[in-house]
Ligand binder design. Structure first.
Ligand SMILES: *Cc1c(COP(=O)(O)O)cnc(C)c1O
Length: 315
C-alpha cells in the first residue's frame, strides 16, 4: 500500500496546541502560576507526545519505502494505539509486538488496534525484555518479513527531536516545565529546548529507581548535550506503571470537575497529582511559573476504568 502523504501532511500541519492557565485557590495560596500545554487536544489517539514522537518517524520512514512498521508496547500502550491509528489513516501496514500473554477478550486499546488492521504478536515478559537483541529481531523478520522498526514509545532520535519542538511553540516565560516520564524521551526533548535559567522536572510513572537518571542522560548524550537542568521526581508512581489508587482516582475526578480537563491515569494524572503535592509542600518558591505538558493518553482511560472498576470522570 502506498502511504497517503497529503493526509500525513495535514495531520502534521495541524495548528499548534494552546497553553491554558489553571486557576486554583491552592496556586494563589502558594503564589505559584501553573499553565498547561494542551497537547491532548485533537484526535484522542493521534495526539499528545505519541504524536510528537511518531510524526518525525513517519516523515523519515514513509518517504523511503512501503514496508510495514513494526513497533513494541504494553497492552494499554498509547504508542501502540497511535501507530495502529496512523497506519489506518495514512495507509501503511502495522505490526504491534505486545508485552505479555494474550488475554481474551482484548482490551479496548488492542481491540481498536486490530480494527485499524494492526497485526499483533505477543512476547512473554522475558523475551520482551530482550526485544532489542539481534536474534529476536531476526526471529521477527522471519515471521513478518522486512519491516521498519520504531522502538517502544517512539523513543528514538526522531522522537526526541519531535518532543524538543514543544518548547519552540511556547512564548510564556516559565521557570519549570513538567512532564510525566515513561521512557524519559519526552523529558530529554524538553531539556534540549530549555532556555538559560529554565529547568525541566519529570514525574516518574514507573517504579524503577534510577532508571530515568540513566535513560535521560543517555538520550541527551545522543545529541552531545550534557545538561544538568533536569530532575526526576520518583514519589508519585502510586506503586508502579499503570497502578491506580483511590486517591489518584479522586484527584483525576476532582481535576475534571474543577477545570473540565481530563487527565489520564497512567501518566498525566500522576504528574499533576505530584505537581499539586509539591506545591502544597511549599516545594516551589513564591512567584514560580510552572508549565505542565498534557502529553495526552486519554485513550487508555477506558481500559484502566474497566480493569479497576472505577470511573475517572464522574457522570
Ligand atoms: C508515553 C507517554 C508518556 C511518557 O513519555 P516518555 O517519552 O516515554 O517518557 C507520558 N504521557 C503520556 C500520556 C504518554 O502516553
Amino acid at each position: 500500500m502506498i502511504p497517503d502523504n497529503s493526509l500525513l501532511g495535514s495531520w502534521i500541519e495541524e495548528p499548534i496546541s494552546p497553553i491554558q492557565k489553571i486557576s486554583d485557590p491552592i496556586l494563589v495560596e502558594h503564589g505559584v502560576h501553573l499553565w498547561l500545554k494542551r497537547d491532548d487536544l485533537g484526535d484522542p489517539v493521534l495526539s499528545g507526545n505519541k504524536k510528537r514522537k511518531l510524526k518525525n518517524n513517519l516523515l523519515a520512514l514513509l518517504k523511503r519505502t512501503e514496508l510495514p512498521i513494526l513497533t513494541f508496547g504494553g497492552a494499554f500502550s498509547n504508542h501502540i494505539a497511535a501507530v495502529a491509528q496512523a497506519g489506518k489513516r495514512f495507509g501503511f501496514e502495522t505490526i504491534g509486538v505486545i508485552r505479555g500473554e494474550e488475554t481474551q477478550p482484548l482490551n479496548t486499546t488492542l481491540q481498536r488496534a486490530v480494527q485499524c488492521g494492526m497485526k499483533l504478536k505477543y512476547l512473554n515478559r522475558q523475551n520482551y525484555r530482550r526485544k532489542d537483541a539481534p536474534d529476536l529481531q531476526k526471529q521477527l523478520n522471519l515471521e513478518f518479513g522486512p519491516f521498519h522498526l520504531i522502538p517502544e514509545g517512539g523513543s528514538n532520535r526522531e522522537g526526541i527531536l519531535g518532543c524538543r519542538e514543544i518548547l519552540g511553540e511556547i512564548d510564556l516565560d516559565f521557570d519549570v516545565v513538567c512532564c510525566s516520564c515513561g521512557t524519559g524521551a519526552t523529558l530529554a526533548g524538553l531539556t534540549m529546548g530549555l532556555k538559560p535559567k529554565q529547568c525541566a522536572l519529570g514525574f516518574s510513572a514507573l517504579k524503577a529507581d534510577g532508571y530515568h537518571q540513566k535513560a535521560v542522560t543517555e538520550y541527551l548524550k545522543w545529541f552531545d548535550v550534557s545538561s544538568s537542568s533536569w530532575t526526576v521526581n520518583t514519589e508519585f508512581h502510586f506503586g508502579g506503571y499503570a497502578v491506580v489508587r483511590p486517591e489518584l482516582v479522586r484527584f483525576i475526578q476532582q481535576f475534571h470537575l474543577q477545570h473540565t480537563i481530563m487527565l489520564d491515569a497512567v501518566y498525566t494524572g500522576k504528574m499533576m497529582y505530584g505537581i499539586y503535592e509539591c506545591i502544597r509542600r511549599g516545594g516551589f518558591r513564591v512567584g514560580t511559573c510552572l508549565l505542565a505538558i498534557h502529553t495526552g493518553g486519554i485513550q487508555g482511560n477506558d481500559g484502566i476504568e474497566k480493569r479497576n472498576g472505577v470511573l475517572l470522570r464522574l457522570p
